[in-house]
Design a protein around this ligand. Structure first.
Ligand code: ZN
Length: 469
């Protein structure tokens, strides 16, 4: 079923584009606090070729002449002011060439044709959070939105002389003066946090001449931030780079969002949710990489690995979300830890400013040997013994699961015993030797031992001779 968003027909959403969206949302969730969930509606639609994606708030909350995007208004109020409505609408151009994989870089062969979807969504979502001006330009005039309303962002805009562009005494609404300001190349955003992030200076805003509809005023200056693919603050410049995979909103954009109100949103007081584990699961290597889904508002995670046989905790450590690259939606952490062969379970617990969440459901994994066990050495009985129930004793072989014990009467050649003896039957797990008692009659014997594991049989030992008197 197709739906409509902002006049565009939404096509069926491609399944393989979803991880990029989740990744973009997760990155912002580590930057912005909201005690109220932010609902984002994403539409996949044919847009004109010059537009990669577009976004904005679905609704606004008016207070005086300030028009707050609903996501920000909700966050500041600590409640959902417009329940049952989405907060941000994003429309993605289905005809653009997208790199959909948020985990990996754009392949070199696509570096001049493809755009990274997560990068573009990060940009668009910022507009939805309030990184936008309400300004419009008409014939020889400019005006503020919806009659004469301003966004919180607008209130930080200034000209070269420090006049607020929202000062109607200097810049009347519907005036050429306001249009001239918008195309002066001199507009700055002068918020305290933005200045602090920009070496003490107000941030240059995109204000070229001629005025560029859709780009002017609502972006940082292309000429200052947007021409170097390595500029850490390039995300909110008006044009996207082909081949640019930039999953960092940049300190200036974050500071500007804080200035417009996100910096005063109360820190959430609820603990983060429960992590869903991904890997290792089943057979694993001795040095697994642990992967779990990132949890909203988690600053760090407890990773605990337990030996399933002994219930001993073999690893337990708090891992910073950044150290596990959780901004990519899937946390991934490889501790310096080599596990011996055995069965394990692991769990994760998320912790954030609101407290510590519940421990996740455990996931099980097994570390199996990769080679057959080494030889085992029989040590007793040997020579002449009088005990008719000797404990056959041999060295435990690393990685062996069981042992083939063969006892042969040297006179008749008959096998008195030949069978697999498990580690448990021979008590091998508790020490470095295995012991297994058999009752024999008087006679001459020889015996040997051969270890085995899931990979196969290890070498058989040489025979040891003994006589029972
Ligand atoms: Zn934009």
């Amino acid at each position: 079923m197709n739906s409509q968003q902002d006049g565009d027909t939404c096509l069926e959403f491609p399944e393989n584009a979803k991880p990029a969206i989740v990744a973009a949302l997760n990155i912002w969730s580590t930057v912005l606090n909201s005690p109220v969930p932010i609902r984002v509606s994403v539409c996949w639609a044919r847009l004109d070729a010059r537009t990669l994606a577009q976004a904005g708030p679905t609704d606004f909350v008016e207070n005086g002449n300030i028009l707050r995007p609903v996501a920000l208004a909700n966050a500041l109020a600590g409640r959902d002011i417009l329940p049952n409505s989405t907060d941000i609408e994003v429309t993605i151009n289905s005809t653009a060439l997208w790199h959909l994989d948020p985990q990996n870089p754009i392949p070199a062969a696509q570096s001049t044709t493809h755009f990274d979807l997560t990068t573009n969504l990060l940009h668009e979502l910022a507009h939805g959070f309030g990184f936008f001006s309400t300004e419009e330009a008409g014939a020889g005039i400019a005006l503020w939105g919806n009659g004469s309303l301003n966004s919180p962002y607008d209130t930080f805009l200034q000209d070269a002389n420090g006049n607020a562009l929202t000062n109607r005494a200097v810049y009347p609404n519907n005036s050429l003066a306001l249009l001239n300001a918008f195309r002066s190349n001199q507009v700055v955003f002068n918020g305290a946090q933005a200045r602090a992030a920009n070496a003490g200076r107000p941030v240059s805003i995109h204000s070229p001449s001629p005025y560029e509809e859709g780009s002017s005023i609502s972006h940082v200056a292309e000429a200052v931030f947007g021409r170097d693919i390595n500029n850490i603050n390039r995300l909110m410049s008006p044009r996207a780079f082909w081949g640019d995979r930039n999953h960092n909103p940049g300190p200036i954009a974050i500071a500007m969002l804080r200035d417009i109100g996100w910096g005063t949103v109360p820190v959430p007081v609820t603990p983060p949710g429960v992590a869903v584990l991904r890997a290792p699961n089943g057979v694993a290597t001795a040095t697994p990489t642990y992967q779990w889904n990132a949890v909203l508002n988690a600053a760090d995670y407890l990773l605990r690995v337990t030996n399933s046989s002994t219930n001993a905790v073999v690893f337990q450590q708090w891992v910073m979300a950044s150290a596990a690259a959780c901004q990519t939606a899937v946390c991934s952490y490889k501790p310096t830890l080599t596990l011996p062969i055995g069965s394990y379970r692991w769990q994760v617990q998320a912790r954030g400013a609101g407290g510590t969440g519940a421990l996740s459901t455990a996931m099980n994994f097994t570390i199996r040997p990769t080679t057959v066990p080494p030889a085992s050495t029989p040590s007793y009985p040997t020579g002449t013994i009088t005990n008719r129930s000797p404990a056959f004793t041999w060295s435990a072989a690393n990685t062996a699961a069981d042992y083939y014990l063969q006892i042969i009467n040297r006179t008749t050649g008959a096998a008195l015993y030949q069978a697999w003896v498990t580690n448990a039957q021979a008590g091998c797990a508790t020490g470095t030797v295995c012991r297994f008692s058999r009752t024999l009659s008087v006679g001459n014997y020889m015996w040997r031992i051969m270890p085995r594991n899931v990979v196969g049989n290890g070498p058989a030992s040489a025979y040891l001779n003994f006589t029972v008197q």
